[in-house]
Write a protein that binds this ligand. Structure first.
Ligand SMILES: *[C@@H]1O[C@H](CO)[C@@H](O)[C@H](O)[C@H]1NC(C)=O
Ligand SMILES: *[C@@H]1O[C@H](CO)[C@@H](O)[C@H](O)[C@H]1NC(C)=O
Ligand SMILES: *[C@@H]1O[C@H](CO)[C@@H](O)[C@H](O)[C@H]1NC(C)=O
Ligand SMILES: *[C@@H]1O[C@H](CO)[C@@H](O)[C@H](O)[C@H]1NC(C)=O
Ligand SMILES: *[C@@H]1O[C@H](CO)[C@@H](O)[C@H](O)[C@H]1NC(C)=O
Ligand SMILES: *[C@@H]1O[C@H](CO)[C@@H](O)[C@H](O)[C@H]1NC(C)=O
Ligand SMILES: *[C@@H]1O[C@H](CO)[C@@H](O)[C@H](O)[C@H]1NC(C)=O
Ligand SMILES: *[C@@H]1O[C@H](CO)[C@@H](O)[C@H](O)[C@H]1NC(C)=O
Ligand SMILES: *[C@@H]1O[C@H](CO)[C@@H](O)[C@H](O)[C@H]1NC(C)=O
Length: 486
């Protein structure tokens, strides 16, 4: 009899567990002692409104995930495969193919790594390149006879092919830092403007390099930005000033050429800081340009993420992407980065309508390079030990991104998550708890990421909207991801 009861209890428990399920839990703490480590799963319980447990007084925050309220599609999280990063991956692979492959998997594989799905590639030399180049540096080659992507065949394309083998669905965004010097007022890759006589030639240049990628390398480029940081003219490395009226003209020239070519590549505009949202709005206000714009792209180095919403609110049918944000020696502290990047990028940018969040270099070396006279103290997702190219260090950008990117399954959408603080004594926690939720239709899962930037452990009740189930968890200071099947 005892045995029978025991068996019954076990069976009932199993049924209950099956019915309400559980969430997998992953944690990174601000002190860096727990680094994206999977925890014991958290069991869901039945949310009975008559029960005391519905709102126990020891709960600091109740977060409700409502998957019936969906916002924008989210394509993913990522960074940039600069020529410097591609070079470092190549060195790792040359020293030890197995180890180099493992590192690529840790970044780009969803099973074996953190599942990065978006990559930005500089379509010319930038501040992280081994030389100064564009795809056509033959003076006065207005017929673009000598345009070539051979420079990318050295490091970038072989590494991209390995990455696309890991995940063929990864989306690529290409951004030039400068047009060829012979198209510019400065006759240099640094500073200067595009000569008006070159607008037509330069838009042909885009179509031609996209075709070379597609037809010769079998690599489809998802989107281009017309110019990296068009309002900034660097004096010591490639860059080009392009105001919004010139960019608008380029959109109107390039759009029809892309359409005619049959390529599916989208045009993203702006690609610069949060502080001048009027730049993309100027372009979107022109109906002839509007129809060819895929999205507005933002960087994090000036202004505030909330300005992304100004552009979204006025042009809700055009996507927003966050295409660059670097960290570096100016932000050395693990926990401060984990918090700032979540508040402003991983959560803040998505809350303000972004469809992707990209940081900067995937890989830099112990000297923060190879650099090309631009940023001398930037930090990548990983730091490669360039003494012998046999080890790497994973940085906070890797662990932070992991919490959001690993669980996406295309198509993923941001869904509503609301916060409520039942205990008046814990109301101050409102300023230090943030969260973002995703519905991953690709594999019918959801994930919620909660940032606890408070100075204390916080007790959470997570409610899953329509399903009347909840779970409890004590959130350590740092990031906690809950991942469950619908
Ligand atoms: C939300 O999740 C439930 C199952 O929990 C599912 O039936 C429903 O389709 C989801 N809602 C949306 C909008 O996908
Ligand atoms: C690229 O150009 C910059 C400035 O224009 C120069 O300082 C740098 O040495 C050049 N880089 C290489 C690798 O030649
Ligand atoms: C390129 O064209 C400009 C203007 O026609 C001319 O002054 C210059 O000499 C040419 N440069 C070369 C290298 O042919
Ligand atoms: C440019 O391309 C033309 C035609 O293929 C070729 O004859 C010429 O040698 C090339 N010029 C340079 C400088 O590579
Ligand atoms: C934008 O740049 C072009 C080319 O230099 C210039 O002709 C035009 O006046 C500028 N427009 C504005 C609004 O500054
Ligand atoms: C937001 O955008 C406006 C222009 O529309 C600009 O004046 C303001 O400085 C920006 N604010 C921040 C904080 O980025
Ligand atoms: C934009 O982000 C800020 C900071 O994360 C957040 O407070 C605000 O609610 C967001 N705006 C919208 C429209 O969601
Ligand atoms: C880099 O590798 C070398 C050689 O193995 C080692 O001596 C050195 O301590 C490493 N540096 C760092 C920062 O890990
Ligand atoms: C945490 O911060 C709150 C609000 O600033 C403060 O009242 C509380 O004393 C702090 N607690 C600890 C343990 O530092």
């Amino acid at each position: 009899m005892k045995l029978l009861i025991l068996i019954l209890v076990v069976i009932i428990n199993c049924v209950v567990a099956q019915e309400f399920g559980f969430a997998n839990v992953w944690v990174t703490t601000v002190d860096g002692t727990v680094l994206f480590e999977e925890q014991e799963p958290a069991m869901f319980k039945w949310l009975d409104s008559s029960s005391q447990e519905d709102n126990p007084s020891d709960i600091d925050v109740v977060i409700s995930v409502n998957n019936d309220t969906a916002y924008q599609r989210v394509y993913g999280y990522g960074g940039a495969l600069t020529q410097s990063s591609a070079y470092l991956f190549t060195q790792l692979l040359e020293q030890n193919k197995e180890y180099g492959t493992e590192i690529l998997n840790k970044l780009f594989s969803q099973d074996q790594g953190i599942g990065i799905t978006m990559i930005r590639v500089p379509a010319s030399a930038c501040d992280f390149s081994l030389s100064n180049y564009t795809y056509d540096d033959i003076p006065n080659d207005t017929a673009l006879t000598n345009l070539s992507i051979a420079i990318d065949q050295q490091y970038t394309i072989p590494i991209l092919n390995l990455i696309l083998e890991i995940n063929p669905a990864i989306k690529l965004i290409y951004s030039p830092w400068s047009a060829p010097s012979w198209m510019k007022s400065s006759d240099s890759l640094d500073y200067g403007e595009l000569l008006p006589s070159m607008y037509d030639v330069y838009t042909d240049f885009f179509v031609k390099f996209l075709e070379l990628y597609y037809y010769h390398e079998n690599i489809e480029i998802y989107a281009i930005t017309l110019q990296n940081e068009p309002l900034f003219q660097p004096m010591t490395y490639p860059g080009m000033y392009v105001n919004s009226s010139v960019e608008s003209q380029l959109v109107k020239l390039l759009g029809p050429k892309l359409e005619k070519s049959g390529l599916n590549t989208q045009i993203f505009i702006y690609d610069h800081n949060w502080n001048a949202p009027e730049y993309p709005m100027d372009i979107l206000q022109d109906p002839d340009a509007y129809e060819y714009v895929g999205a507005s792209a933002f960087h994090c180095y000036a202004g505030d993420v909330t300005n992304q919403s100004l552009v979204h609110d006025q042009f809700p049918d055009k996507e927003i992407h966050m295409t660059e944000c670097s960290s570096g020696a100016w932000s050395p502290e693990f926990g401060e980065n984990l918090i700032w990047q979540s508040q402003n990028l991983y959560i803040g940018s998505i809350e303000n309508w972004s469809s992707s969040v990209l940081l900067w270099n995937f890989a830099l070396d112990l000297e923060d390079g190879p650099t090309n006279h631009g940023c001398l103290d930037c930090r990548g997702f990983i730091t490669v030990n360039n003494t012998n190219y046999q080890s790497v260090q994973f940085n906070v950008e890797y662990y932070g991104t992991a919490h959001y990117s690993k669980f996406l399954s295309d198509p993923s959408y941001r869904v509503q998550s609301t916060q409520y603080f039942p205990n008046p004594n814990a109301e101050y926690l409102q300023t230090c708890i943030s969260s973002i939720a995703f519905q991953n239709q690709g594999d019918n899962t959801n994930h919620l990421v909660v940032l606890n930037a408070c100075n204390t452990t916080v007790s959470l009740q997570m409610n899953v909207g329509l399903q009347n189930k909840y779970l409890n968890y004590n959130l350590p200071m740092g990031l906690t991801t809950f991942y469950w099947a619908i």
